[in-house]
Design a protein around this ligand. Structure first.
Ligand code: ZN
Length: 203
């Protein structure tokens, strides 16, 4: 396995629609090393998800994982507010999502708004509205079909990662006035609810 460099915003590969993978290639294990490297890179970062374009590969492959270690700095109140719970490692080839609300940027009540960061926009964070639950379809690590619903924080992770294979970044969806360095965001809004942060920012 190898630890790979994470591509940063500005690189054109993050703005292109990644190519579908051939299901026969998934079953043959063609992408086994690539996926193993993606998992290792995600864990080392650490991140809760990684898409192939983020390591410079224009293929529709994502890996997702959330666990107690990654959320150790998140308070109990924040976990409840974000509906964040451990999510086991999952590899998805050719992921597609079905959202309850497909509008591009919306602050309506049917969406959750929370701070989000990205390994390809290193050192920054912003409030991003996301659908509360999504249906995920695709092929798993060995090419078997996947079809399941997720909600809460996991739904946000999947929307973020599938955006990557569509050439989108959270920057395209964020509430722009909330954009800041991760350090300042953590310091300035510590202990505040999202409603309080939004009132403060007038957004
Ligand atoms: Zn990202």
């Amino acid at each position: 396995m190898a630890l790979l460099d994470i591509v940063q915003t500005g690189d054109p590969i993050l703005r292109e629609r990644a190519r579908d993978v051939d299901p026969a290639d998934v079953r043959s294990g063609k992408y086994e090393k690539l996926v193993a490297d993606m998992i290792e890179t995600m864990r080392k970062a650490p991140g809760v998800g990684l898409a192939a374009p983020q390591i410079g590969v224009g293929l529709r492959i994502i890996v997702v994982e959330d666990d107690e270690g990654r959320m150790s700095k998140v308070s109990e109140a924040e976990r409840t507010e974000r509906r964040r719970a451990p999510f086991p490692l999952l590899v998805v080839h050719n992921p597609t999502l079905e959202l309850h609300d497909r509008s591009f940027v919306s602050t309506s009540d049917d969406r959750d708004v929370f701070f989000e960061g990205c390994l390809s926009v290193d050192g920054f964070a912003a409030l991003v509205p996301r659908a509360r639950s999504v249906r995920v379809r695709g092929l798993d690590a060995v090419g078997e079909p996947l079809d399941f619903e997720v909600s809460g924080w996991a739904a946000r992770i999947f929307q973020h990662e599938v955006d990557h294979v569509d050439g989108k970044l959270y920057l395209d969806r964020m509430l722009t006035r909330s954009f800041g360095t991760s350090e300042l965001v953590a310091k300035r809004y510590a202990g505040l609810s999202i409603a309080e942060v939004r009132a403060l920012l007038d957004t």
